[in-house]
Design a protein around this ligand. Structure first.
Ligand SMILES: [Zn+2]
Ligand SMILES: [Zn+2]
Length: 129
């Protein structure tokens, strides 16, 4: 039982690492069922949750989109294509000072921030001319 769980978790982790595209849970499930058709959606979802809790991957909440999973667990910013919905890392340093700059406002203990830049990806720009 323990062994099977480990194998499944490894499959899920490898799929997130291989896709490298901030895949949704459904995309990860589709990727894994290609090599392991017997795996259930619930198993994939459960392992994604556990990998997040272990800090192996990060869940990214993207407004207007299902949650996505990120192999890159460090703090960084994202760009989202408003046409096709793809999400990529932004080429920009994370700015901890942005959180610190308002840390004393209204009594909140601020622990971080999330920035998602909206735009149109190269493929969609090409398609739209
Ligand atoms: Zn696009
Ligand atoms: Zn990312």
């Amino acid at each position: 039982m323990i062994k099977r769980n480990t194998v499944q978790r490894t499959l899920v982790l490898e799929a997130v690492n291989r896709l490298r595209s901030h895949p949704t849970a459904d995309e990860i499930y589709a990727e894994i069922s290609k090599i392991c058709p017997s795996i259930s959606r619930a198993t994939v979802y459960r392992n994604l949750q556990q990998l997040c809790e272990q800090g192996m991957i990060r869940r990214r909440e993207i407004p207007g989109s299902p949650d996505r999973f990120d192999h890159n667990t460090g703090s960084h910013y994202h760009m989202r294509c408003t046409v096709c919905g793809r999400v990529e890392d932004a080429d920009m340093e994370y700015l901890p000072a942005l959180t610190q700059s308002i840390a004393d406002s209204r009594g909140f203990l601020l622990t971080g921030h999330t920035i998602i830049f909206d735009g149109i990806c190269p493929e969609c720009r090409k398609r739209e001319g």
